[in-house]
Design a protein around this ligand. Structure first.
Ligand code: ZN
Length: 337
């Protein structure tokens, strides 16, 4: 079957990948749509660094067993149609449209469907999913929109971790896919003042479309000069930005760090001490947040249509990875096998 795989830092089209065979508790599905995530781009460019730092953070037991010299399967934001269940597996009927947390359960344990030499991800025609984790896509929701359940739930997780209340002002720094997901989740939670900052006019436009009440261009001055935010979401992930927030934020700010910075970074603890700033780092989502995001998409409470800026086939994934570098052109590109 067809798939797009990471080989020597580039996404390569293959038409000779072996079809997966579902084991007990697993389900064979046909991928309908898979979003390209910034973390996939990052892994393609800096895979060895990601693996090394994951091992350092998690200890040897949590290290990911990935061989960068072999083909790697990726794609963790997907929707799919059920084809057939594995042996002794009770699940929804064939033809049901589903999504799932990107985790494959097996008799040996579980594999994250993030970067793997063996477990297929969503950049493939057919993949395996875990029957207990399947969520049917309700209300006839467009499978392309359902594929964005995973990235939208990342935003919901960041917002939940902030414990923001409706009357508090939120400032979202960076309006790439993570910042946009945070804005949509703030809107879902009924937050009445959402301010978003990004250098890119296109991204500011998208932030407005997804629910920001006010957008700011940091080139025109620091957002902290004009906004009295209680909760700040950092969704950029470059060195220096956390320290800048600590320096400029008001007393008692809660800072949620959702941007993924892989370099060492310098902060002045004194800024945070002097203003009793609470810093919360966040990652991924809970299963409940994943399910709530799917529900919000299906009920029309979040509309992800403005985020989708491109669609490619499995043979177009390599070019799409290159195109995503330009914030003026793209937010989310979907792969349709
Ligand atoms: Zn992702």
């Amino acid at each position: 079957m067809r798939a797009s795989v990471l080989r020597d830092g580039r996404m390569v089209y293959r038409d000779d990948v072996a079809d997966p065979v579902p084991g007990p508790g697993q389900v064979l599905v046909a991928v309908r749509s898979c979003g390209i995530c910034g973390s996939d781009l990052h892994f393609a460019a800096h895979g060895s660094q990601v693996l090394k730092m994951t091992a350092e953070a998690a200890g040897a037991a949590g290290a990911m067993d990935v061989d960068l010299s072999r083909d790697i399967f990726m794609g963790h934001e997907f929707s799919a149609e059920i084809l057939e269940a594995g042996p002794d597996t009770d699940t929804h009927p064939a033809g049901t449209m589903v999504t799932s947390l990107p985790i494959l359960l097996s008799a040996k344990g579980f594999d994250p469907m993030v970067y793997s030499n063996s477990t297929l991800g969503g950049y493939a025609e057919r993949i395996l999913l875990s029957a207990p984790l399947l969520l049917p896509i309700p209300n006839g929701l467009d499978p392309r929109h359902a594929a964005l359940t995973e990235p939208m739930s990342v935003g919901l997780h960041a917002v939940n971790k902030s414990n923001i209340e409706r009357g508090e002002t939120a400032l979202v720094i960076g309006c790439g896919p993570i910042g946009i997901a945070i804005i949509a989740a703030l809107r879902l939670r009924g937050v009445e003042s959402i301010v978003a900052a990004d250098f890119s006019p296109k991204r500011r436009e998208l932030a407005t479309a997804m629910g920001a009440h006010q957008v700011l261009d940091p080139a025109q001055g620091s957002p902290f000069d004009s906004v009295k935010a209680r909760v700040v979401f950092e969704a950029v992930g470059v060195p220096g930005i956390i320290d800048d927030v600590l320096r400029r934020a008001r007393w008692g700010t809660r800072l949620v760090v959702a941007g993924v910075c892989m370099q060492p970074d310098e902060v002045h603890p004194f800024f945070a001490i002097a203003k009793e700033i609470n810093v919360q780092f966040v990652l991924a989502q809970t299963p409940e947040e994943f399910a709530e995001s799917l529900r919000a998409l299906a009920e029309g409470e979040i509309d992800v249509a403005p985020m989708i800026t491109g669609e490619v086939g499995l043979d177009g994934v390599g070019a799409a990875f290159d195109d995503l570098a330009d914030p003026e052109r793209h937010c989310k590109i979907l792969v349709t096998p």
